[in-house]
Design a protein around this ligand. Structure first.
Ligand code: PGA
Length: 270
């Protein structure tokens, strides 16, 4: 039995046409109708958020919520092409911040400071941030002890920087996604045990900063080349509260199966 409700977050990235988005939404509406005990978030590209929201129409399962893939750091102003938190409010419940593709791949890359600013903006507007952290290079275990970090910022430091200035009372709205960069979109996922250990380190850090009750109640998911086949390996781990699939969130049957697997593996204690 688990006391944290599992959560599956589908990140569509810059994929789908409007027609694809509508077909996926319809499939999820039907496929998730009878699945209980898991929160499902889909994060379509900004431009499909409104039509997807319309397609969900209030008749969608309570468990199916919308998320945005990003938000800009400022609330308003001359920032051509950016999307503000005010524009997302009323449209989505969750906002991904600090995805590694934004940290390392797009434009100049986002700094920890920017990500922290975005996270606080999302919280200030009553929405739920999904904070992504992950090391860039696979950690290699040499001899005994913890795997050594080969290069890049440790995930606990990333978490600390992302949560800077966040009050204990706000943490219950934050979902954390542990996404090792080397596992994203590579078809080379971490193992369940590896993810569990890293997530445990994040949870222990939360415990140190915010107390054990908050740490125990915070949901931390794994992302990076997950699919319906490897999902149970992660979901069976005690520290892993769900998944953040990218590629497999675009295949309706795959995604729905992963949601079912999460609901089954993590029955919530009442
Ligand atoms: P992937 O993406 O499942 O395609 O590896 C995960 C992510 O980027 O969040």
């Amino acid at each position: 039995m688990n006391h944290r409700k599992p959560i599956i977050i589908g990140n569509w990235k810059m994929h789908t046409t409007l027609a694809d988005a509508m077909v996926l939404t319809e499939s999820f509406l039907h496929g998730l109708e009878r699945i209980e005990g898991v929160d499902v978030i889909i994060c379509p590209p900004f431009i499909w958020l409104y039509p997807v929201k319309e397609a969900l129409g209030g008749g969608g399962p309570e468990n199916l919520q919308l998320g945005a893939q990003n938000v800009f750091t400022e609330e308003d102003g001359a920032y051509t092409g950016e999307i503000s938190i005010g524009m997302l409010k009323g449209l989505v419940r969750h906002v991904i911040v600090g995805h590694s593709e934004r940290r390392y791949k797009i434009g100049q890359g986002e700094s920890d400071e920017m990500i922290n600013k975005k996270l606080k903006l999302v919280l200030a507007h009553g929405l739920h941030p999904i904070l992504c952290v992950g090391e860039r290079v696979r950690q290699v275990k040499r001899g005994r002890g913890r795997p050594r970090l080969e290069h890049g910022k440790d995930i606990v430091e990333q978490l600390k920087a992302g949560l800077l200035g966040v009050e204990p009372g706000e943490i219950n709205r934050v979902v954390i996604a542990y996404e090792p960069v080397w596992a994203i979109g590579t078809g080379d996922p971490a193992t369940g045990e590896y993810a569990n250990n890293e997530i445990k380190r994040l949870r222990d850090a939360l415990g140190k900063w915010y107390g054990s009750e908050i740490a125990e109640n915070t949901r931390i998911v794994y992302g990076g080349s997950t699919d319906s086949e490897n999902a149970p390996e992660f979901l069976d781990q005690p520290e892993v509260d769900g998944l953040l699939p990218g590629g497999s969130s675009l295949k309706a049957s795959e995604f729905i199966l992963m949601c079912k697997e999460a609901a089954t593996a993590k029955k919530v204690a009442v």
